[in-house]
Design a protein around this ligand. Structure first.
Ligand code: FES
Length: 105
């Protein structure tokens, strides 16, 4: 399985679908630029903002209150924005496309 990260300049990074990890961990492990994960996944920094492809968004699960709070402070938030550290990867996400914002906080 795989997850495809697409940078703002269209550069694609194909990463292994690592079930049980978070999208932030996968991005960091694969050295995908634009996802820093400064707080280590505590939902406290907002440096793991990602934009999920619209067709895949409903597979990323619920947004908890803490994540909603961080996202509300993210200027580049879109309708399909998530914090990568709050999205646990499942088999259902095989082939998912994830976009990186132009600027990361
Ligand atoms: Fe800090 Fe996601 S890694 S909010």
């Amino acid at each position: 399985g795989k997850i495809i990260f697409v940078e703002h300049n269209s550069t694609e990074h194909v990463a292994k679908l690592d079930v049980g990890s978070t999208l932030m961990q996968i991005a960091v492990t694969n050295a995908v630029p634009g996802i820093d994960g400064d707080c280590g996944g505590e939902c406290a920094c907002g440096t793991c903002h990602i934009v999920v492809d619209g067709q895949w968004f409903n597979r990323t699960g619920e947004i908890a209150d803490v994540e909603e709070q961080m996202l509300s402070m993210t200027p580049e938030r879109t309708d399909t924005s998530r914090l990568g550290c709050q999205v646990k990867v499942t088999e259902e996400m095989d082939g998912m496309i994830v976009y990186l914002p132009e600027f990361q906080m």
